[in-house]
Ligand binder design. Structure first.
Ligand SMILES: O=C([C@H](O)CO)[C@H](O)[C@H](O)COP(=O)(O)O
Length: 205
């Protein structure tokens, strides 16, 4: 499956890219910076405009887990993100609220040491995102999925970070369920075509 990540865009650009890619994507991610710009209103707006798609709010919550999780999920997202490096209590609180609302939390593994993965499992985490951060994508150190090992025995795995048709294979060991694709689609001259290509490559794996 594909999650289009809408980052560093205006609201109008987010809407246009979603419309152009609609037939080839499964999840719409409202990116962290976009949420900072437009708040919960953009989630409410997307819920109305795109009722048939799953919406992920990339809140990157790291404290106040109950409040921020409720905020994003009640605005209409299906999934909200919480940082795996947060305190255990933040993760527990976020999961509890998501369960009350029959929705989900996606735990972002950015900079999380491998030793913490077992604890996340104990806390009840089900969805994780193996993520190469934007700031390390152009550097050789930290620009690899290698250290994530094999997560798929314990979690449903999303992968993110500079994903393109060429880099799909690099995360193969993680057996991802969802490929989070930002720049490859959003910076393309034809985002619809880019999302179609991405879908083809993923379905041929
Ligand atoms: O989560 C993301 C990043 O931290 C910026 O907020 C992106 O959505 C994710 O990395 C996917 O975007 P690309 O790396 O451009 O594919």
């Amino acid at each position: 499956m594909i999650q289009v990540a809408l980052d560093r865009l205006t609201k109008e650009e987010c809407i246009s890219i979603t419309e152009q890619t609609y037939d080839h994507i499964d999840y719409i991610e409202i990116g962290t910076g976009v949420i900072k710009e437009y708040g919960m209103d953009i989630i409410r707006d997307f819920r109305k405009r795109f009722p048939d798609k799953k919406i992920v709010a990339d809140m990157k919550t790291c404290d106040a887990g109950k409040h921020e999780t409720r905020q994003a999920l009640e605005a209409g997202s299906d999934i909200t993100t919480v940082m795996g490096l947060s305190h255990d209590q933040t993760i527990l609180d976020s999961i509890q609220v998501a369960e009350e609302l029959y929705k989900n939390v996606l735990v972002d593994l950015l900079e999380v040491p491998v030793e913490r993965f077992a604890r996340l499992k104990e806390l009840g985490v089900e969805l994780v995102s193996a993520h190469i951060g934007k700031d390390t994508q152009d550097h050789s150190e930290g620009n690899s999925f290698e250290h994530y090992g094999s997560l798929s025995d314990d979690f449903t795995v999303f992968v993110a970070g500079g994903i393109s048709p060429k880099s799909v294979q690099q995360s193969e060991k993680l057996k991802p369920d969802v490929f989070i694709v930002g720049g490859y689609i959003t910076n393309a001259s034809n985002p619809g075509e880019a999302s179609r290509t991405m879908k083809e490559v993923i379905s041929k794996r």
